[in-house]
Design a protein around this ligand. Structure first.
Ligand SMILES: NC(=O)c1ccc[n+]([C@@H]2O[C@H](COP(=O)([O-])OP(=O)(O)OC[C@H]3O[C@@H](n4cnc5c(N)ncnc54)[C@H](O)[C@@H]3O)[C@@H](O)[C@H]2O)c1
Length: 399
């Protein structure tokens, strides 16, 4: 059956995220039929030959190339995913913005606030719809928490705690990938994980982080050099030769928001114990909420000062009344997963492209998170509180 809309997709880089973006595009027709959209996987780009073969032989792309300029200039490519390592974000995003094509870029947007600003400003005034990989925003339980907060159910919000504690880099034998190179990744776990936390705090509270005081550390100071490029955090072949780690394993920051909320954000990539414990807790004068990515379908809620002998948290499981849940599962109690959040992100991006309205996280949100990262790094260097530069553009966290 002919669809009302059709778009050609180009995906740049086919590592962990490029493959996940591709799966998300492929899922749209089934999950969100109202888009009435025929998506063609026109072109993939990756310098690694195996990834090009995977693109055409397994993932379903019509063609694969090694030079991203070719992908951007292909007239059949209408929307572009940028899933490359951080140090390539700026040059690729600026080239895509010049072409005027909508793009979905992974976080952190570049390796510094300066790079993020350049990407955001290249889009300003051009009416280009964008999306940034702040996937935790889209979790149905997080959307529900945000709704409860904006309805005033927790009273006046006083403080927030958010931590992202992972073990992906906990083995000293873990390869020295681009993630540990300051010129390729930026500020280590600050950009990699904490940027998700900053965005989550700003999104859930609809409030901007305005100042920070922080400390950082690197606990595993050298790693073995890989012999060959791999995918994601592990699964890279390594040699016996070691390379110094150039960026942060750990960060802790105290924060203040424009609305007067106080809080802490913390992240560790070398913890032993938690696997991907990404948690946010919001406290108000009449209640609080807690959410942990490791149990992403659960929202813990306590409302009211005194519920008698049963006072405490109610565990609310994601259910068809939560936004987007029923796209994935028909009944409460059946779990959604990480990839599903990316599918929601894809839907918001494509809806934006079709309607001309910025719905998902924008490059202005990506720039905002990068400015928080920058203020944190400066504070860790000089031990002082730093104001966060407030950005311009189509910020969506407060919408
Ligand atoms: N949103 C999230 O939760 C999340 C999770 C993981 C990674 N990320 C982000 O996604 C991005 C990619 O991370 P990843 O884990 O997929 O990395 P990865 O190491 O798995 O993959 C990187 C890919 O980039 C390719 N590449 C290298 N040089 C290139 C070039 N010149 N042109 C095109 N492609 C090139 C590599 O061949 C590889 O396939 C990073 O910015 C990262 O921070 C986001």
């Amino acid at each position: 059956m002919t669809k009302k809309n059709s778009l050609g997709v180009g995906v740049i880089s086919l590592g962990w995220m490029g493959r996940l973006h591709t799966r998300s595009y492929k899922a749209m027709a089934e999950l969100y039929p109202e888009l009435d959209l025929e998506l063609r996987l026109v072109l993939a780009c990756d310098p690694v030959l195996e990834n090009q073969q995977l693109a055409t032989d397994v993932l379903g792309f019509e063609k694969a190339v090694s030079d991203y300029h070719e992908l951007i200039n292909d007239p059949e490519v209408d929307v572009i995913s940028i899933c490359s390592p951080n140090y390539l974000h700026k040059e690729i995003a600026l080239a895509v913005a010049k072409s005027g094509k909508p793009f979905w870029i992974e976080k952190p947007m570049g390796i510094s606030a300066q790079q993020a600003a350049e990407i955001a400003q290249a889009v300003n005034g051009k009416n280009i719809i964008t999306s940034v990989g702040f996937n935790y925003r889209h979790t149905p339980a997080i959307e529900e928490a945000r709704k409860l907060i904006s309805e005033g159910k927790l009273g006046t919000i006083t403080n927030v705690r958010c931590w992202l504690i992972a073990d992906y880099a906990s083995s000293p034998q873990g390869p020295y990938t681009w993630r540990y190179d300051r010129s390729k990744a930026g500020a280590g776990v600050v950009g990699d994980l904490l940027s998700h936390g900053s965005d989550l705090v700003q999104y859930v509270l609809r409030d901007a982080i305005t100042s920070v005081s922080a400390t950082t550390g690197t606990f595993i100071t050298e790693r073995p050099i890989p012999t060959k490029m791999g995918v994601g955090h592990t699964g890279w072949e390594v040699s016996d030769e070691m390379h110094p780690v150039e960026n942060e394993d750990y960060v802790a920051a105290i924060i203040r928001t424009a609305g007067g909320v106080l809080g802490t954000i913390e992240s560790n990539r070398v913890a032993v114990g938690p696997r991907a414990e990404y948690q946010i807790e919001v406290y108000g004068t009449d209640g609080s909420i807690r959410w942990n990515f490791e149990k992403l379908n659960d929202l813990e809620v306590c409302i009211g000062q005194d519920q008698g002998t049963v006072h405490g948290y109610t565990r609310s499981m994601a259910n068809p009344n939560y936004p987007h849940f029923s796209r994935f599962q028909p009944g409460a109690g059946t779990s959604m997963g990480f990839d599903d959040m990316k599918a929601v992100e894809c839907f918001k991006f494509l809806s934006g492209v079709l309607t001309g309205e910025q719905i998902g996280p924008s490059v202005a949100d990506g720039w905002s998170a990068a400015e928080i990262d920058e203020a944190i790094v400066k504070s860790a260097q000089d031990g002082k509180w730093h104001n966060v530069h407030q950005v311009s553009g189509k910020i969506t966290f407060a919408q």
